[in-house]
Design a binder for this molecule. Structure first.
Ligand code: GLU
Length: 552
């Protein structure tokens, strides 16, 4: 038995398998040429950052558009960061936005697929098997340095004004002979497992990032930790082993990992794995005091995905918006294909922003107004009710009193070629619908400048005499016109424009007064429909009340 074999056995007494065993269990996937395998690999912190949703969406669409697989792997090796139920929360968040994995954890409590376990804490034997094989080849070794040793070494390096880290002459344990190391293990000294880096800082590596293009960096020369003293891997080592065995073709992840690529490529090399393609996604940025910064978990409520549920943005709106950030030609495509499923868009990783797209809530609102504008009344009503049940008890109380009436509210001006775009999110609904309920109705706007209260009173008087709730839209408008002449208003707008001095105003001003009385606003959806829904009694009551107010 060679000394390396003895060392490997001392370090991993429980490991019986070889890497071949796992290579056989997880063979290359049988997918069609060009199919991409991607993944999202969050830690179970429970907090779904908009950036993670975005990255997951990009991963999913990359896989789906090539007939590949998108899977979810749970990176739960850092117990300090773990939150109870955190994995479920993240998965639920992704599911809520339709970013549903094909494999791995697909829904809370549900895993599918042949490449598992998809939870790193259950893969210790696999990582240790690969680490052991590196030790056998002299490519990894145990390091017995304590935290204090490491701290002292860092201080020494700072004093010497050299790069801190465990490399070259500073990698003290790399020079222990296998015999010395075995002796320390037998004495019960705890150890971590380090890579014996074959790299040199003098050398440079070049790789092609699918999003960022060609990147050149110094080779890794650090003897990085592969397994911590409890046998749990570091992110770097787990990434190499998992993405190899799960047969990931494209690692699409946040660009905070770019600086680690030299380590990762080196690990793939020493392990004998074919490296994946890397695509590093720039963070979503926010404008701040004239500059740009990352959307921050601490400062920006919109960084957390639950913000969108609370505000009542439909999941579809958020996804549509994120697509416009992902590929700038998405909007143009959407304009030409208003009904097409998002998956039909020719998404391209190469077209993603290199510097980080700006998050723009106004843009999200615009996108969302279009999405909501295209929904049918039933969907809108149910969505508003669901949102209000959770987030606005008072409005829920009003709206759920009569679901037909609620449906009536959201049916107005819906379904035509040019739907109104009043609502960007369900939390806009209470204000949008306030005048449909006596409890929340109030006069919000003033009379237009060209109409004095005396005229307004006369308009209400005359209109009240002829108002007929059974009229259809055309008849309703004709009735509105019919009161104009005797009040000095012009029934035809065109006519009025030719001779504005000849009138107090036109039929539009007359209907504005009625609109103000009935809705409290100068602008509203179709007034005839509103009045029908409110009903005769309520309309007459409001006309009377407004008149009284004007007379004050
Ligand atoms: N667990 C890592 C993170 O949450 C995953 C990074 C990756 O996608 O490789 O940042």
């Amino acid at each position: 038995m060679s000394m390396y074999e003895k060392l490997a056995d001392a370090m991993f007494p429980g490991i019986k398998h070889t890497p071949e065993h796992f290579e056989n269990i997880y063979p290359p996937r049988q997918l069609k040429e060009g199919a991409r395998v991607t993944r999202i690999a969050p830690s179970p912190t429970g907090y779904l950052h908009l950036g993670v949703l975005f990255t997951a969406m990009v991963n999913r669409i990359t896989a789906k558009s090539t007939g590949g697989i998108f899977y979810f792997r749970l990176e739960d090796t850092d117990k300090k960061r773990e939150v109870e139920g955190g994995a479920e929360d993240i998965l639920k968040g992704l599911n809520d936005f339709g970013v549903i994995p094909d494999e791995g954890f697909v829904a809370p409590g549900k895993t599918v697929g042949d490449y598992g376990p998809y939870q790193q804490s259950q893969r210790a034997e696999i990582y240790q098997t690969y680490a052991k094989s590196l030790v056998l080849q002299g490519l990894a070794y145990p390091c017995f340095c304590s935290e204090e040793d490491r701290q002292a070494a860092r201080e020494n390096q700072e004093k010497l004004k050299v790069r801190t880290g465990y490399y070259g002459e500073f990698a003290v344990c790399r020079n222990l002979s296998p015999e010395q190391a075995i002796e320390k293990i037998q004495q019960g000294h705890p150890f971590v497992v380090r890579l014996r880096s074959p790299g040199s800082e003098e050398n440079r590596i070049v790789f092609d990032d699918v999003i960022k293009g060609k990147i050149e960096m110094p080779e890794n020369d650090e003897d990085i930790v592969l397994l911590k003293s409890d046998g749990i891997p570091t992110y770097h080592f787990a990434h190499a082993v998992d993405d190899h065995l799960m047969r990931t073709t494209h690692v699409i992840r946040g660009d905070e990992w770019i600086s680690s690529v030299p380590k990762h490529l080196q690990l793939f090399k020493v392990l004998g794995f074919k490296p994946p393609k890397y695509a590093h996604v720039s963070p979503i940025m926010k404008e701040d005091e004239g500059g740009k910064r990352k959307l921050s978990k601490r400062k920006d409520p919109e960084a957390a995905v639950h913000y969108y549920a609370e505000q009542g943005y439909p999941a579809d709106s958020v996804m549509e918006y994120l697509m416009t950030i992902a590929n700038s030609d998405y909007e143009e495509w959407r304009r030409r294909n208003p009904q097409a499923p998002r998956g039909e868009f020719a998404f391209n990783l190469k077209k993603m922003s290199v510097s980080g797209a700006l998050f723009d809530i106004n843009k999200l609102n615009d996108v969302s107004k279009t999405v909501i504008g295209a929904m049918d009344a039933q969907t809108v009503t149910q969505s508003v009710l669901n949102w209000a049940r959770e987030y606005d008890a008072e409005f829920y109380g009003l709206l759920s009193r009569d679901e037909n009436y609620a449906l009536g509210i959201f049916s107005i001006d819906r379904g035509g070629d040019k739907p109104r775009k009043d609502i960007a999110k369900w939390s806009d609904a209470p204000a949008y619908a306030s005048y449909f309920f006596d409890e929340t109705f109030k006069i919000e706007d003033d009379l237009p400048d060209n109409i004095n209260p005396g005229d307004a009173v006369q308009i209400i008087d005359e209109y009240s005499k002829v108002y007929n709730p059974d009229e259809d839209k055309q008849q309703w408008f004709n009735t509105m016109k019919s009161v104009c002449p005797k009040l000095g208003f012009c029934p035809e707008v065109k006519e009025y424009k030719k001779n504005p001095q000849g009138y107090k105003g036109h039929v539009g001003d007359v209907s504005t007064v009625i609109r103000l009385a009935v809705t409290g606003r100068r602008n509203s959806p179709d007034l005839c429909s509103i009045m029908k829904l409110l009903g005769k009694e309520r309309v007459l009551e409001r006309l009377k009340n407004y008149k009284r107010e004007l007379a004050k």
